[in-house]
Design a protein around this ligand. Structure first.
Ligand code: PHE
Length: 341
């Protein structure tokens, strides 16, 4: 025997399930609730119909009534849960918007590059332009044209890296002097930063590859005092106006006279400390007046032109500036070290 109330309940369950699974807002779910439990909804209407139910069907109908109520409620609850779970992701319940964002890792310049850039900037302001040459050089440019005697110890294969074809890894940036002078007429005013190579055993102050900055100034009537004033200006710009410069006699094959130049110690201001080994002075580099033989080798007239050259170690400057105690730190690519500069 058919029971119109049970049929209505079953139909309403199917309808509610469809509407709720499609519901995309709280308002839509609420409307389903009102249609079922509301004052003018399904259940109050069915209650009124109960009195028309035949007595022998009352029990089954009442049971269907009681079982249906929690079924509707579960459909409503599930729909609400589904909606809330979806919105939690955007409302911030699971994403904590107060957490700090992810930091972009921005690269930075290597300390050696920074020092080169700063040195170049200082010399540029004094009118020097940047020149460069290859790391793989000819024996002629690295030694012969630079007036280096055939028996000079630096030519020894124990000191210099040679290739089978006779070329070598340049041991200094001085061959750039030769390349520039061969390619242009005087006056010349260049700085040449670059990598050099020597067969040294690595320790705290030696590395098989390192960097130099070469300077070359050729013009008429250039004297040692011009060299000294350029180096002093450089010292002041790099390390401060109180730094003094001193020249000491030395020997290089390509300069005559040759000097080594020192800066007064930037750590102790010349008083004496472990960094300057209590001397008050820091050895910075070599320099001198360009030897007339070198000028002849490149076709310049030594009677007309003269000039000075200097070469300094970039790592040494970087270690002084950043208080780095071991040159090897500069080549180990340890980000924890490099991040500090
Ligand atoms: N090339 C020399 C060196 O490596 C330095 C230097 C450069 C000296 C220019 C004099 C002039 O030791």
């Amino acid at each position: 025997m058919s029971n119109p109330i049970i049929e209505k309940i079953d139909a309403a369950l199917i309808d509610a399930e469809q509407r709720l699974s499609a519901a995309a807002s709280e308002a839509e779910i609420e409307q389903v609730r009102v249609d079922i439990f509301g004052r003018k909804g399904l259940f109050p209407a069915l209650s009124k119909e109960m009195k028309n139910v035949a007595p022998e069907q009352r029990k089954d109908t009442g049971m269907a009534f009681n079982v249906a109520k929690p079924k509707f409620q579960k459909l409503l609850d599930d729909a609400n849960d589904r909606l809330n779970a979806g919105s939690a992701e955007v409302s911030g319940e699971e994403i904590d918007l107060t957490l700090p964002g992810r930091r972009w890792k921005v690269g930075r310049k290597h300390p050696v590059t920074k020092v080169i850039d700063d040195c170049v900037a200082v010399f540029r302001r004094m009118g020097f332009i940047v020149a460069s040459g290859p790391e793989l050089e000819t024996v002629y440019n690295n030694f012969d044209a630079l007036n280096t005697p055939k028996n000079h110890p630096s030519r020894d294969p124990g000191d210099t890296f040679y290739f089978a074809d006779g070329r070598l890894l340049r041991t200094q940036t001085s061959p750039v002097q030769i390349r520039v002078m061969e390619s242009q007429e005087p006056p010349v005013r260049i700085v040449a930063p670059g990598r050099c190579f020597r067969r040294d055993t690595p320790d705290a102050t030696h590395s098989m590859n390192f960097h130099q900055i070469e300077g070359l100034y050729i013009d008429e009537n250039v004297s040692l005092s011009d060299l000294k004033s350029v180096l002093r200006s450089f010292a002041h710009e790099m390390f401060g106006a109180s730094v003094e410069v001193r020249l000491r006699p030395h020997f290089f094959p390509f300069t005559e006279p040759s000097v080594e130049y020192d800066f007064s110690c930037i750590m102790c201001e010349g008083k004496g400390c472990p960094v300057c080994k209590n001397s008050g002075w820091l050895e910075i580099a070599g320099a001198g007046m360009v030897d007339p033989n070198v000028l002849k080798n490149v076709g310049y007239d030594p009677e007309k032109w003269s000039g000075f050259a200097f070469g300094m170690g970039v790592e040494r400057l970087a270690m002084l500036r950043y208080r780095i105690s071991d040159i090897r730190w500069l080549y180990e690519n340890d980000v924890r070290f490099l991040e500090q500069f």
